[in-house]
Design a protein around this ligand. Sequence first.
Ligand code: THU
Length: 234
Amino acid sequence: MKELSLDISSNSYTPYSKKPESCLILGSSGVVYPGVRVENISFPLTIAAVQAGVCSCLGNGDEPVAVMDGKSNNDGLSEYWTQTFQLKTLDRLPDDSVLYDPLIDGINDVTNQLKNLCEKSVSDRSGFPVSALLETKDGYIPGVNIEFEQWNLGLCAERVAIARAISVGFNEFKGIHIYAPKSEFISPCGACRQVLYEFMPEQVAQLHHDDDSKSRHFVSHLLPNGFTTNSLKK
Ligand code: THU
């Protein structure tokens, strides 16, 4: 097996099930996108490993062509993507594969970056592109919204950024920037508020509005009286 097929299962965020899951998605460009399971205290918001990898791939303008399991996936959802994209199953990666590095450093104009990033959104069904830049200590991780024919399997831009970041090993975030050109006042959806709360309750979400104004909100203020109990930890 090629060196590139690193064990990324330890990047999984599975404090509730304690069952790490990961995969590598090969794009038609030869780039390999890691995907790990990202759980949430609200269990139904959990992102499956294949979902994370496929959304990362599509959100980079690439086409998923094959999947390689780092660790067996028990999410029961893999079949949807395997069939939709007719993914081949690989036990080793092609020799010319390159690991996807989502980090963008040295951004001068975050709004401009968000605007450009929107072009990677896969949102033909809603016609509503969204982009997000998640700030880490090393730079920004991008995310765009990804839609599938099966609506409930798509991910918002914020969650693509989170899943991508966690899949490549980040688990601490300094803030997030969000932009949606078709919205007068962009406001993250309830599910994203819950997911952001899981990872960065004390950080700020900066919303970049259509008229170039911005508003800044503590994530904890975006989710008053949210579902945050620790008592579900098994
Ligand atoms: N969407 C986001 O990407 N972020 C949000 O916070 C709100 C909703 C996306 C999801 C879907 O692709 C489209 O907007 C319409 O719901």
